[in-house]
Every structure is written in structure tokens, then in C-alpha cells.
Design a protein around this ligand. Sequence first.
Ligand SMILES: Nc1ncnc2c1ncn2[C@@H]1O[C@H](COP(=O)(O)OP(=O)(O)OP(=O)(O)O)[C@@H](O)[C@H]1O
Length: 456
Amino acid sequence: MNDDKRKILVIEDDLGLRTQLKWALANFEVLVAEDGPKALHQFERKRPPVVILDLGLPPDPNGASEGLATLEKLLKLAPLTKVIVASGNDERGNALKAIELGAYDFYPKPADLDVMRLIIDRALTLHDLEEENEQLALGRTSPLAGLVASSPEMLGLCRSAERVATANIAVLITGESGTGKEILARAVHDLSARAHQRFVAINCAAIPDNLLESELFGHEKGAFTGAVKQTIGKVEQAHHGTLFLDEIGDMPLSLQAKLLRFLQNRTIERIGGRKEIEVDVRVLSATNRDLAAMMTDGSFREDLYYRLNEVSMHMPPLRDRPGDAILLARYFRAKYAKDFQRAPKTFTTDALAAIARYRWPGNVRELENRVKRAMLMADGKAISSADLELCDDTDILQMPTLRQIRAQAEAEAVLRALAITDNNVSDASQLLGVSRPTLYEIMHAANMPINRRDRS
Ligand SMILES: Nc1ncnc2c1ncn2[C@@H]1O[C@H](COP(=O)(O)OP(=O)(O)OP(=O)(O)O)[C@@H](O)[C@H]1O
């Protein structure tokens, strides 16, 4: 019968109090433990969302050391747990210490049972909300696995990714550094028929030019000084799967020719090898450089560009994805709370405002690093703009007011209507469904010259 009831763990060394609480909380499935180790054992088995913890536990029944240590261990196991601490009148300092460590609330002993039930109800509601939020943040908002996005720009891109994934064509992903190009490439691979085969990535900028050829195509034993054994290159490793060429704009010209040959013939020769080896890979590549300009100045081969770019996809910078920065910040907060086994923290209002206003020159990577650092460093339960080191006014996006947005849209509509009506104000006002004086007002407000043709 207990199955429908919510679970609560009561950690209390006094048998009388344990029994009293069990009786008073008959609406719940009450688990009890008289010391820290037993409590942790119960907790691991049943995972109750709410725990009532007496700080004075053996072997330190008159102090709080064992209670506080148990609190820390519980929150490490499940950071979303709401721990309510019981404290005597002279233990206020310890209760506050427990709150600092992540306890949800405290109540003075002896317990007023009505107040206690209220605290428990609120704790349960908050626990359920936070759990739901975490679930959302950890992936359900994502149209593609691992790629968190909600802005129309990104949702459109996700749809394109789904479409190109199934066709076996080369995709070139462009976009500023840290925007998530590699994550998009992985999503394309995961959605393709090659998903159960390997995704092999190589960063062409991270490997010195003289080693890149061997890294890509492999070498035979003795092919050059130091080639002590045969080595299979990345292209061959990706056989039947996907090869991701990151920072393709950094590939030296000599190697571009060799890559082009591979894309034309679909065969490679290891350095120092004599036979041609057939390799079947799908090639995805990415760059944050302007390949068009590089083709003009001769540093990137045009024929290779067209081989790599059967379809192109552009990752917009984070500042051009309205709403995504906040969503991603919440996602990384949940991710690192889990990774670091920390109690979840909220963002203060000023932190959220700072995230929305900042220009994010380093894009998602910068956001991830700032949230990660704040999760480690922030004292207390909330992350502020100072914890994110977003306090000064540099790199702030100027947010237009609604009034400015409306004025701009009106001015654009008027310009379009005047163009269509050959500058006839009467016809333009009719087209826009406003009176002539209103039209003049908009033109005046937008500083447009008022020497238009008018029928009247
Ligand atoms: N939409 C997203 N959802 C979740 N994580 C993301 C998203 N975009 C980027 N990231 C994370 O941000 C970091 C940078 O992403 P990624 O390496 O894919 O960027 P990039 O554009 O390939 O960067 P570079 O040009 O420097 O190679 C990674 O840790 C990645 O997991």
C-alpha cells in the first residue's frame, strides 16, 4: 500500500522522537535511521526526495559534526534532495551552517508538527519542480541529441541537419569559434545510416603541418625517421563511418591537393606504402575562416572547396540566437551540478540579465566555461553576475526597447509602401491602412524626407 505514498527519511537518534515523527507523518512512507551510516544506506536504497535530519547524531550527539557530515554526503549523492534540519534553540549557528552547506530549511525543536508538514509540502513541491527543470535542461528541449537550442535560427538549422543527415553528401559547417560546429557534425553523423560506425574527428589546426599528412593518411613502418611501426591514419580509421575535418581552412596547400585526390578517387596510399586502399567515408568539415576570401588569395583550393561543400550549414553566433544563452546556461548549470556532485544553484536575476545582455564573443564555449567556473567557485546557493565575471559593461549587447523596435518596423513598412506606390503618400497610406497624417507622423519620426507625391 505504501507504494503511492511519497517517501521521507527521518534521521534521528532519539527513539521517542523517531516514533512521534513516524506517527505524525502518516501520509508519507516514513523511513527511519538512527545514525549517519544507516541513513546513507536507507537513502541509497530508496532515494527519498525529502530528509529530516537531526544534527546531533552519534558519535557526536551533543555537537553537529556527524549531522553536517551526513548532510554533505546525502547532497553529494543526490543534490536535488531537500534536507530539513532540526535544531535546538542553542544550535542556531549549526543550523545556519547546514543551510550554507545546502540544507533546504531548518525548524526549531521541539517540532510544531503543523509547521513541519508545511515545510515538507513546500520542499516536495520545490524538489519536483527542480527535478522537472533538470530533465528539461538535460536534453528534452533539444531537437537533436546533445544540441540545446530553442531560437528559431537554431531550430531551422536542426531541421536542415535532419534532412542532410540521411543523404550521403559532404557538408561544410561554417561559423565562429565555439558556436557548436563539432556538436552539429556529431548530430548529423548520429542521424545518418552510419550512426553505428565510427565518427573520427581531426583538428587540422592543432597538428603541425609536417605531421598532418601521416595523421590523416597513416604511414608504413620505416617510411621516415621515427616511423617505427605501421600506423593507420584517421581517414582509414573512419572506414564506413564519418570523417570530420575540423578547421579545414588551416590545412596546408600541399595536403589540400592530396585530400582532393582522395575525395575524387576514394582511395588512399599510406606514406611509404605502395598499394592503394579503398576507403568509404562520409566527409563533414568545419571552419571559422572565410574560405571565399582564401580562395581569392590562393590559400584554399577552389576545386576542394566544391568537393567539401556539397551542402553548407552556418552556425549563427550565440548573440544572434535570442533566448538560447539563458537556456544553455541552465543546461550547463544542471550538467556541472551533476558532474561535480554539487547541490544545484539558481541564477540571481542580475546573473540572468547579464547572460542575456552579454555579446558572448567566445560563443557557447565561453558560456560553458563561465558557468562551469561559477559552479565550482560560487559561495552560497545562487550564482550572481559577479560569479560569472560578467560585471563590467564591456561587450554588452544594446537591447532595443519595444518602442524602438516598433518604430523601426513602421519606418521599414512605410519605405516599402512608398516604393510600391511610386512615392504616392495617399496610395501608401491606403496600402498600409492608416491615415495620411499618421503616415506623415511616422516619416517625421524616422527623419524621412517629406517631398513625396500626394494626390490631394
Ligand atoms: N547547442 C549546444 N548545446 C550544448 N552544448 C553545446 C552547444 N553548442 C556548443 N556546445 C558546447 O560548447 C563547446 C564548444 O562547441 P564545439 O567544439 O562544437 O564548437 P566549435 O564551433 O566546433 O568550436 P571551434 O571552432 O573552436 O572548433 C563544446 O563543449 C560543446 O559541447
